[in-house]
Design a protein around this ligand. Structure first.
Ligand code: DC
Length: 237
């Protein structure tokens, strides 16, 4: 079974997708990490993110591997190097929108993502999963939250904490404002680009997580499909 989870950055998608995957015994696929890896490789090689031919070349040659860290989180390797932390820097965040808007980059990444989902049992998280990558997914969710709630989550994440695990965590107010400005700019770019703009699939269930706890969002998603609920019960027993 395939669960497609789309939404803007900071909507809580990653934590939620990981939790749904763990609860239901499915594999988690973080497609944003794939675009981030391409952006990082370009930055490391001095490739200008605006040079579409060079960016596409880097995407065609990239080898991305996901692994499990000892604490249950996910590790990412690009061309053999551990890039788990390096793909989360502000420099990569600034470059990744340009890189992910290149049609050839998307073609290559979508092919890799479909391969990863070919045997089913995946929770794939991104921007175009329900619309392009897996249009026939069994469950489609479009997760949103207010820009302010999303900026708070991202800013807290940068302090090394996570609101999903620590509801009282706070970040510096100035950092939160910077993240909000970045996020609004990136949202506008991601949703107006020509290649696969961020938009909900017509048949996606929209969930606004602004006023929901992390557990409430996960519960809502599992409750969307009898098969997910059965799998969650099986995993518990
Ligand atoms: O979800 P994230 O913040 O890790 O995504 C990083 C970037 O990659 C973001 O700018 C949007 C882009 N992205 C995309 O275009 N398509 C996807 N399926 C996933 C991410």
């Amino acid at each position: 079974m395939i669960v497609a989870l789309d939404g803007p950055s900071g909507s809580g998608k990653s934590s939620v997708a990981r939790a749904v995957a763990r609860r239901c015994g499915l594999t988690y696929l973080d497609t944003g990490a794939m675009y981030r890896s391409v952006a990082l490789v370009c930055l490391e090689r001095g490739v200008d993110p605006a040079d579409e031919a060079a960016v596409a070349e880097a995407a065609r040659a990239i080898d991305i591997e996901f692994g499990d860290a000892a604490d249950g989180s996910q590790t990412v390797r690009a061309n053999g190097a551990d890039v788990t932390a390096a793909i989360r820097t502000p420099e990569v965040e600034r470059a990744v929108s340009r890189v992910s808007a290149v049609p050839e980059v998307r073609e290559v990444m979508v092919a890799l993502q479909r391969r990863a989902g070919a045997h089913g049992d995946v929770v794939a998280e991104g921007r175009d999963i329900g619309t392009v990558v897996f249009p026939a997914a069994d469950v489609k969710v479009f997760l949103t939250a207010s820009p302010e709630a999303r900026a708070r989550r991202r800013a807290v994440q940068r302090t090394g904490r996570n609101l999903a695990e620590d509801a009282g965590a706070v970040a510096d107010a100035e950092e939160e404002r910077r993240v909000l400005a970045d996020l609004v700019r990136r949202d506008a770019y991601d949703s107006t680009r020509e290649a696969s703009p961020l938009r909900p699939a017509d048949d996606a269930c929209r969930i606004d997580s602004s006023d929901l706890t992390f557990e409430e969002v996960v519960d809502k998603i599992v409750a969307l499909s009898p098969e997910l609920a059965v799998r969650a019960a099986e995993e518990r027993s």
